[in-house]
Ligand binder design. Structure first.
Ligand SMILES: Cc1cc2nc3c(=O)[nH]c(=O)nc-3n(C[C@H](O)[C@H](O)[C@H](O)COP(=O)(O)OP(=O)(O)OC[C@H]3O[C@@H](n4cnc5c(N)ncnc54)[C@H](O)[C@@H]3O)c2cc1C
Length: 395
């Protein structure tokens, strides 16, 4: 927020808003759900849905949506405060694929029928979405995708394969980028289609990751028929929708707010380990690394606050989303690396020897392994650095 806004009296209003949210977060989120988040454990669909239901009943189920579609109508500053307060109170994050990704794209590009059909089901948690963008060979270079959809009567018929599809095994809807025609420019001829996961011809195959959790999948489409009315936006102009979504994906206030939560958790892990070691180990270098990470978390918050102000005043964001993405991925990896060092090699050995999730400290072994993917998911760090270099150096 700029000094002018604060001078204009907005600061008091935002402080009152924050305090209302704090009261709500403390009382409304069930302690057993907060305990999962506080311990750094994986938030499952059950917890996501339970929390979404509570927020929806309060009218806060979609902080980033306009009021007319069941959202809060909050401004960007209020959304940032919401994310901070919820993370501070150990409440689960919102399930981003519906609320943060496809929901806003439906609001922007959907027909009145699509809005009426899909948006309320995202709000109340009836629909659980996943993202069918990446393909084997088409990740960073997404526009080279080859999954096809051909028009047959009033249906599109989809053939191809998606990969790295988070939550596909528990989703009932997928938004899929497909090629509906071959054009000279690879960004042209792509369409975005909304597909029920129970459509005949869809096969989901799990991808097991090193953290032992199951979040990723391959999704195969074999002559999958979807009504043409499920195309979102103009046929052949899906790249515009895809870009709209990706731009939002890279600037979620939640990422920075959750980073502060992880910093708090890791600090606790280090202090507990230091207590258990009772002077037999030196924790000064871990504490030093924590301080460096804390400084970077603060830096990320400053950049996010600037970007928030730019968004509010409709100024271009420049490289800020890429810088925030880079910083968040890097700090998340460093923090979980500190936690791993704190719980010690014994926890990692026992976890890898397949003693499973019951091993003390296993959560942090898993979190460490999971965060390796942070520099890949949602756009790799190398590609983000290219974006920054191109913008700043005109490369
Ligand atoms: C945990 C996780 C969850 C994911 N969830 C989803 C999901 O739900 N839905 C979905 O569609 N996708 C998902 N993805 C896929 C993700 O978007 C891709 O992995 C990512 O875009 C990178 O693509 P790729 O894996 O094909 O790697 P590639 O693009 O093949 O990259 C391989 C390597 O080459 C580098 N590289 C590529 N191009 C350049 C370049 N121009 N300059 C410099 N270096 C370059 C990359 O940085 C990387 O190191 C997920 C990935 C992960 C890890």
């Amino acid at each position: 927020m700029s000094n002018n806004d604060i001078a204009g009296g907005e600061a008091d209003a935002y402080a009152a808003f924050r305090s209302e949210l704090e009261d709500f977060a403390r009382t409304a989120c069930p302690p057993e759900i907060r305990a999962v988040v506080a311990a750094g454990q994986k938030v499952t669909k059950r917890e996501y849905l339970a929390w979404q239901k509570i927020l929806h009943e309060k009218g806060w189920g979609a902080p980033s949506w306009p009021r007319e579609y069941g959202g809060t109508g909050w401004d960007i500053q209020q959304r940032l405060i919401f994310e901070e307060v919820m993370a501070e109170a150990d409440c689960p994050p919102l399930y981003h694929h519906g609320l943060g990704h496809i929901g806003p794209v439906i609001i922007r590009f959907g027909t009145p029928e699509q809005k009426a059909r899909f948006l309320p089901r995202i709000l109340d948690g009836s629909d659980w979405w996943c993202q069918g963008y990446s393909e084997p060979g088409s990740g960073s270079d997404l526009a080279s995708l080859s999954t096809s959809a051909r028009l047959d009567g009033t249906d599109y018929v989809i053939n191809g394969q998606k990969i790295w599809t988070s939550h596909a095994h528990e989703a009932n809807m997928i938004y899929v980028l497909v090629r509906t025609s071959k054009e000279a420019k690879k960004q042209d001829g792509i369409s975005l289609i909304l597909v029920p996961m129970d459509s005949q011809g869809i096969t989901v195959r799990p991808i097991r990751t090193i953290d032992g959790w199951h979040h990723l999948n391959e999704v195969f489409f074999d002559e999958v028929r979807v009504p043409a009315t499920h195309v979102l936006g103009e046929v052949g102009k899906g790249w515009t929708c895809a870009k709209y979504l990706l731009e939002r994906e890279r600037l979620p206030p939640a990422n920075v707010a959750r980073l502060e939560l992880v910093r708090r958790q890791v600090t606790r892990v280090v202090e507990e380990a230091a207590k258990a070691a009772a002077g037999r180990r030196d924790f000064s270098s871990l504490r030093y690394r924590l301080l460096l990470a804390e400084a970077d978390v603060k830096g990320a918050r400053v950049i996010l606050a600037n970007a928030t102000d730019d968004l509010k005043h409709q100024r271009p964001l420049g490289v800020q989303p890429s810088v925030i993405k880079l910083l968040c991925s890097d700090v998340a990896q460093r923090l979980t690396s500190i936690a791993l060092d704190a719980v010690g090699p014994e926890a990692a050995h026992r976890f890898l020897a397949d003693d499973g999730e019951g091993v003390p400290g296993a959560t942090w072994v898993q979190n460490y392994m999971f965060t390796r993917a942070r520099t890949i998911a949602g756009g790799t760090s190398e590609v983000q650095r290219n974006v920054v270099a191109n913008e700043l150096l005109g490369a």
